[in-house]
Design a protein around this ligand. Structure first.
Ligand SMILES: O=C(O)CCC(=O)C(=O)O
Ligand SMILES: [Fe+2]
Length: 276
């Protein structure tokens, strides 16, 4: 894998803090057009028999989705997060009719899942998506709150929620725990969106371009306060440090002494009392 296409440590730290990354308008128009045609012509069927199969064998002749997942830039994103040879989990097309006033409720595509290992979900927007169409609303920093699917559906809006308003050819990639919801389509155009979930087959350790592993910005990213946490932001920082340890394999990693303090549980008997 050419290093140029891999994520940087700074980007990985943003992923750990926010639960998703976005890459704006980098898929070529030709692939965007083909992808929408493939959706219209139902050429990419939802095959449950493919679940757990390697992504690499999928859609070999497709000039839309197949070509998209063979782009080195997309491969670099995937490799950085879930490594080589990820498995296909499932995909979903969303063709939302014009003037469709309903959005989805807030949810994560997940049951309560306490693993450190994580799946990723790619969200692909093949045409311009103005706010009237959505795009998918994400809640930054929600991915480490382990919930069951639409348990959070009673919420309406959160401080800091981010709609993926974007140009054609944008991809967002999320941790499987990210809270999200589709928005209404208030335009006169059909809205297209495609989602693909992938599972790792290797330990997710240092799979990205680690040249900037010691960048000081990593600490500020890990301590990014998403305002909807209220007073619970410290709990999130601790969770993120644990995830960074998992990703780097550095079990001593800490930021601002946060976990070191909590893990300090001395067993050594003080010399004075031992003598007594
Ligand atoms: O259509 C969207 O923007 C989101 C759809 C969704 O939640 C999903 O595919 O998991
Ligand atoms: Fe979803």
């Amino acid at each position: 894998m050419d290093k140029r296409y891999l994520l940087t440590s700074r980007q990985m730290a943003d992923f750990v803090a926010d639960g998703f990354l976005r890459f704006d308008a980098f898929i070529p128009d030709e692939i965007n057009r083909e992808a929408m045609r493939e959706i219209d012509e139902e050429q990419i069927p939802r095959g449950y028999e493919r679940q757990g199969q390697p992504l690499s064998g999928l859609w070999p002749d497709s000039r839309g989705f197949g070509a998209l997942f063979r782009l080195p830039q997309v491969q670099g994103i995937i490799h950085s997060l879930v490594g080589p040879d990820p498995l296909y989990d499932h995909h979903a097309f969303h063709r939302v009719s014009p003037r469709h006033e309903e959005g989805q409720v807030w949810h994560a595509d997940n049951i309560i899942d306490p693993r450190s290992a994580f799946d990723i979900q790619l969200f692909y927007y093949p045409h311009d998506t103005p706010r009237e169409m959505g795009g998918t609303m994400f809640l930054p920093g929600s991915h480490l709150r382990r919930i069951h699917e639409s348990d959070i559906g009673r919420y309406q809006n959160f401080t800091g929620q981010v709609p993926i308003v974007c140009k054609a050819g944008t991809v967002a990639v999320g941790h499987h725990g990210i809270w999200h919801c589709a928005q209404p389509n208030r335009t006169e155009q059909m809205r297209y969106m495609f989602k693909l979930r992938l599972n790792p087959t290797v330990r997710q350790r240092l799979l990205w371009n680690t040249d900037d592993l010691d960048a000081p910005e990593i600490h500020s990213s890990l301590f990014r306060n998403h305002k909807w946490y209220g007073n619970e932001d410290r709990l999130e920082y601790a969770q993120r440090i644990k995830l960074w340890r998992f990703l780097t394999g550095d079990e001593q990693f800490d930021s601002h002494y946060w976990l070191t303090r909590v893990e300090n549980n001395p067993e050594r008997v003080a010399a004075a009392s031992a003598a007594a």
